[in-house]
Design a protein. Structure first.
Length: 219
């Protein structure tokens, strides 16, 4: 199959893995000892699409307890470790997507996420697809995160890609890919990633998806 794209740049959360419910459960365990009962509705409305630092700040403001920021932030490392453990124990990656990553020929692949490298690489390794990605760009690797174009521009430069395809689910991520000047496939759920990517590879000229995406964290 001949494709017009020379690279595919995948977001991580919400594109390769359905990780947001796992993030929610981990953060709920962190904040509940401080008297904050975090519901999924509050989490989806206030905590997705922003950095973890900004998310904690937002939660403290909801509680009118700015003094809790430092003690909650001090548990960020433990939260990330719990997230990695849960993701590896019950990998939320659709099998058709895993097969697509393993079998895709032609475009070089990258992960472009605002999540940390230690949250991404162990999951890719557990899925057996880490070696398929020539480049991983995380929030730690750029000065300006999504929705700025920097993460996708950096990934494309590292790959030497002239016409990459961005695969994204969040409003900030979609804006980032478009600001970089790249075509974007909008993903409503990881279950749809393999199908929508293959459809775009078969017909690069198709009109970009306009289906509203569910809110997710940046990255």
């Amino acid at each position: 199959m001949t494709v017009a794209y020379d690279a595919i740049l995948f977001d991580f959360d919400g594109v390769l893995v359905d990780s947001e419910p796992v993030h929610y459960e981990c953060w709920r365990g962190v904040v509940e000892p401080y008297g904050f009962h975090l519901t999924w509705e509050d989490y989806a409305a206030r905590c997705i699409g922003i950095s973890d630092h900004a998310m904690i700040r937002s939660l403290c403001r909801i509680m009118d307890r700015d003094d809790l920021f430092d003690p909650i932030w001090s548990q960020y490392g433990a939260k990330k470790e719990e997230f990695r453990r849960r993701m590896i124990d019950d990998l939320p990656m659709p099998e058709p997507l895993r097969r697509l990553i393993l079998e895709l020929e032609g475009p070089r692949l990258a992960v472009v996420s605002s999540s940390g490298r230690l949250e991404i690489e162990p999951v890719l390794e557990a899925a057996g697809i880490r070696t398929r990605f020539a480049v991983i760009v995380t929030g730690e690797d750029v000065e300006h995160r999504k929705p700025a174009p920097d993460p996708y521009l950096k990934a494309a430069a590292l790959l030497g890609a002239r016409r990459p395809l961005v695969v994204e689910d969040s409003v900030a991520g979609i804006a980032s890919g478009r600001a970089a000047g790249f075509d974007v496939v909008e993903i409503p759920h990881p279950d749809e990633t393999a199908r929508l990517v293959m459809e775009r590879l078969r017909d690069p000229a198709q009109v970009p998806c306009s289906t509203p995406v569910r809110p997710r964290r940046t990255g």
